[in-house]
Design a protein around this ligand. Structure first.
Ligand code: DQA
Length: 148
């Protein structure tokens, strides 16, 4: 399965950015562990601080890839354009957040993109990405001869 993890604005600073909220590890440090945990997946990674680049990437993969794991950062709460991009594509998308957005400032409680995602995982720090990938693991075609 081909899955793209997309990180939005300021997530390139993971590990250095507000470590009390987002943890002390960078995403680049974590990604090899994820790849090891899901050897059957082709896991690609894209990060951008620019709304238009995130939208272009969603368009690029959104009709062919099996899944998108999206942490849109602050655009989660503000970007109707990102929400529209997710509505336009076929690839199922799981929304993730490192922090528990429900326990933070009220402005972070609203997700504009959530309604166009399969579901949302929030609050497990970097582990949120692993939990999201388990959803796609469940979608994998069953082994031949395996009866359900
Ligand atoms: C975040 C939560 C957002 O509210 C915030 O703007 C981020 C990171 C998270 O992963 O917890 O940049 O998406």
């Amino acid at each position: 399965m081909q899955i793209l993890i997309i990180n939005g604005p300021n997530l390139n600073l993971l590990g250095r950015r507000e470590p009390g909220i987002y943890g002390t590890r960078s995403f680049d440090e974590y990604l090899p562990e994820l790849r090891e945990a899901f050897p059957d997946f082709t896991l690609e990674y894209f990060q951008s601080n620019h709304e238009g680049e995130l939208i272009d990437k969603i368009h690029e993969v959104g009709f062919t890839y099996h899944g998108i794991v999206l942490n849109a950062g602050a655009y989660t709460h503000t970007s109707l354009a990102l929400a529209d991009a997710l509505a336009a594509i076929n690839t199922p998308t799981v929304e993730v957040h490192l922090s528990n957005v429900a326990a933070r400032e009220e402005i972070r409680h609203k997700s504009l993109i959530g309604k166009n995602c399969i579901g949302s995982i929030s609050g497990f720090k970097l582990d949120s990405y692993r939990l999201a990938l388990h959803y796609f693991e469940g979608l994998r075609p069953k082994r031949v001869g395996f009866k359900v």
